[in-house]
Design a protein around this ligand. Structure first.
Ligand code: KIV
Ligand code: ZN
Length: 514
C-alpha cells in the first residue's frame, strides 16, 4: 500500500535565509496562508529567538493559520527553546525543532564544544522542548559530514528525551544520492518505528531534490524544502519538485502526499514576488517554460495528445493556460469576472475593482490580454495591500545616446498633495529612482533589480522586481506594466512604501507601549 510522505515547508525559515531576502511579518502571514491552502503538513514559520520580529511573526502565524503543524526552530539551549515555545504554543498543533551541529568541523570551529558536551546539550534541549509539547523534531546539523556512529548516538539520546521526528540534514549540500539513501536507511533501522525520519537537503551540488527522494527510498517519511528552492547559498530542496515527483512517479516510489497540487503555482508566484528571487524560465514545475513547447515536432505531438511530450498536466499544478488569448477591451467586467473564475481565483469585491481598473488600463494599451497578463495583474493587485503612503502620478523620462538620462516624477504624498521633482541618472531607471529619492527622501540602497517579460512580443508587460536595503533590513517591490520605466518606478515605490509601513507600525507600537 502507498505510504504518505509528510511535507515540511521551510520557506519562511530556511528560505528566508537566502542572501538578500527579508520578509515582513505581513509577507510571512500571506505566504503561510497560501501554504495552508496548499495543505502542506508542517510550516516552519521561523526562528523565534533570532529576532523580536521573527518571534512576533511565528506567534501570529501560530494563532491565525489553521491546518498545518506550526513549527519554530531552536538551537539546543533553554533560551531558544523557551522563545520557540512562546511563539508556537497557540498553534492548533505546535512543534519545536531543536538542532545542534554534529560534525567535527562544526563542533570544533563553530560551537567549540566536544562530543560529550554536544550530546548533553541536545539531551537537555530536547527534554525541555518535550516538557512543552509532544511534537519535537531534532536535527544533527551537518549530518552528512559527521561520523555516522556519533550521529546515531546523538539521535538515540534525542529520541530517549522525547524527539518524535528525527531530521537528517545535508546542511552543505555535500551528499550523493546513493550515499544519502544508505545513511537514512541506517538511521531508520536503528530508531524505533514511532519516530518519523525526515530529510533536509541543500542544493550546493544541484542534488537536493535527488537526495531528498533518495532519503525517501531509504525510509524517510518527511521531506523538508522551500517553495522555488529558495534558501542559504544555492538553496534548499524545491519542495514543489519533490511533491510533483512523488505524484508523477507514484508508480515507482509507491508514495503519496496530501498536498493540493493545484495551489503550487500560486504559491510559487507569491514567493517569487515577495522574495524578489526571480525564477529561471526553465525551472522545473513552475518556470515560465516548464509547459511550453518550441520545436514543431513537440508542438505537433502535444496538439495530437498532450502526454506525448508532457509528463504532468499543467492544470494539476494550477498553471494558467498561457497561450490562449482570452480578453480584449470589450470583454468588460463580465468577461473579466468569468475568466478569473475559470482560473479558480476568488476575489473580494474591492480586490475585483482593483484588478478591473488595472485590466482596463492595460486593455487601453494592448489589443489582447492573455492569462499570463491577467495573472501578473492578479499578483500585483491581490497581494496584501500595504497602505500606500505614496503613489505614482507621473513619470517622464528623456534618454538616448547624446545626453544624460533625465527623469521627472510627480508623486502623491501621504498629505494628498502632488510633489514633483527631476533628476539626472547614469541610466533611465537610475534617473527615475534619483527623482523619486529627491521627493520621498528615504535613505536606502538598491541591492537588486531585475526585469522579465510576462508574455512575448514588443508590447509585452515587463515585470520588474527589486530589493532595497533600509536600516539593515531588506524590502522587495514588484510591478508590471507595458512600459518598463513605469513598472520600475512602481516597483521601487512599492518597496519604499513597505519600508515606510514598517517604520509607521513600529512607531505606533512604541507609542502604545508608553
Ligand atoms: O541545513 C540545516 O542543517 C538546517 C538545520 C537547522 C535543520 O537548516
Ligand atoms: Zn537548512
Amino acid at each position: 500500500m502507498a505510504e504518505k510522505v509528510y511535507i515540511f515547508d521551510t520557506t519562511l525559515r530556511d528560505g528566508e535565509q537566502s542572501a538578500g531576502v527579508g520578509f515582513t511579518i505581513e509577507d510571512k502571514v500571506e505566504i503561510a496562508r497560501q501554504l495552508a491552502k496548499m495543505n502542506v503538513d508542517i510550516i516552519e514559520a521561523g526562528f523565534p529567538f533570532s529576532s523580536p520580529g521573527d518571534l512576533e511573526a511565528v506567534s501570529l502565524i501560530a494563532r491565525e493559520v489553521k491546518g498545518p503543524v506550526i513549527a519554530g526552530l531552536a538551537r539546543a539551549n533553554f533560551d531558544d527553546v523557551d522563545a520557540c515555545w512562546q511563539a508556537v504554543q497557540r498553534a492548533e498543533t505546535p512543534r519545536i525543532h531543536v538542532f545542534i551541529s554534529a560534525s567535527e568541523i562544526h563542533m570544533a570551529h563553530a560551537l567549540r564544544k566536544n562530543r560529550e558536551d554536544v550530546v548533553e546539550m541536545a539531551r537537555a534541549a530536547v527534554h525541555r522542548a518535550a516538557g512543552y509539547t509532544s511534537d519535537v523534531e531534532f536535527s544533527p546539523m551537518d549530518a552528512t559530514r559527521s561520523d555516522p556512529q556519533f550521529v546515531f548516538d546523538i539521535l538515540q539520546a534525542a529520541v530517549e528525551e522525547g524527539a518524535t521526528t528525527i531530521n537528517i540534514p545535508d546542511t552543505v549540500g555535500y551528499a550523493i544520492p546513493q550515499e544519502f539513501e544508505r545513511l537514512v536507511r541506517s538511521v531508520r533501522e536503528r530508531l524505533p518505528d514511532h519516530v518519523r525520519i525526515s530529510v533536509h537537503c541543500h542544493n550546493d551540488l544541484g542534488m537536493a531534490v535527488a537526495n531528498s527522494l533518495a532519503g525517501v527510498l531509504g525510509g524517510a517519511r518527511q521531506v523538508e524544502g522551500a517553495i522555488n528552492g529558495i534558501g542559504e547559498r544555492a538553496g534548499n530542496t524545491s519542495i514543489e519538485e519533490v511533491i510533483m515527483a512523488i505524484k508523477t512517479r507514484g508508480d515507482f516510489l509507491n508514495m503519496y502526499t496530501d498536498v493540493n497540487t493545484r495551489e503550487i503555482y500560486q504559491a510559487s508566484r507569491l514567493v517569487e514576488r515577495i522574495s524578489g528571487m526571480m525564477l529561471q524560465p526553465h525551472k522545473a514545475i513552475v518556470g515560465k517554460n516548464a509547459f511550453r513547447h518550441s520545436s514543431g515536432i513537440h508542438q505537433d505531438g502535444v496538439l495530437k495528445l498532450r502526454e506525448t511530450f508532457e509528463i504532468m498536466d499543467p492544470a494539476d499544478i494550477g498553471v494558467p493556460v498561457g497561450d490562449s488569448i482570452v480578453l480584449t477591451k470589450v470583454s468588460g467586467r463580465h468577461g473579466l469576472r468569468a475568466r478569473i473564475a475559470a482560473l479558480g481565483v476568488n476575489l473580494e469585491a474591492d480586490e475585483f475593482e482593483r484588478v478591473y481598473e488595472a485590466f482596463k488600463d492595460l486593455a487601453d494599451r494592448r489589443d489582447e490580454i492573455d492569462d499570463r497578463d491577467l495573472e501578473a495583474i492578479l499578483a500585483e493587485q491581490t497581494s496584501v495591500q500595504i497602505s500606500e503612503q505614496w503613489t505614482l502620478d507621473l513619470v517622464q523620462v528623456s534618454a538616448g545616446d547624446h545626453a544624460a538620462p533625465t527623469a521627472t516624477v510627480r508623486l502623491i504624498g501621504p498629505d494628498g498633495a502632488a510633489h514633483q521633482d527631476a533628476a539626472i541618472g547614469t541610466g533611465p531607471v537610475d534617473a527615475v529612482y534619483q527623482a523619486i529619492n529627491r521627493v520621498m527622501k528615504v535613505s536606502n540602497e538598491l541591492t537588486e533589480f531585475s526585469v522579465k517579460s510576462v508574455t512575448e512580443g514588443i508590447d509585452a508587460q515587463g515585470e520588474v522586481s527589486i530589493r532595497i536595503e533600509a536600516e539593515g533590513e531588506t524590502y522587495s517591490g514588484r510591478a508590471a506594466d507595458t512600459d518598463i520605466l513605469v513598472a520600475s518606478a512602481r516597483a521601487y515605490m512599492h518597496a519604499l512604501n513597505r519600508y515606510l509601513n514598517v517604520v509607521a507600525r513600529r512607531k505606533a507600537e512604541l507609542t502604545a507601549t508608553r
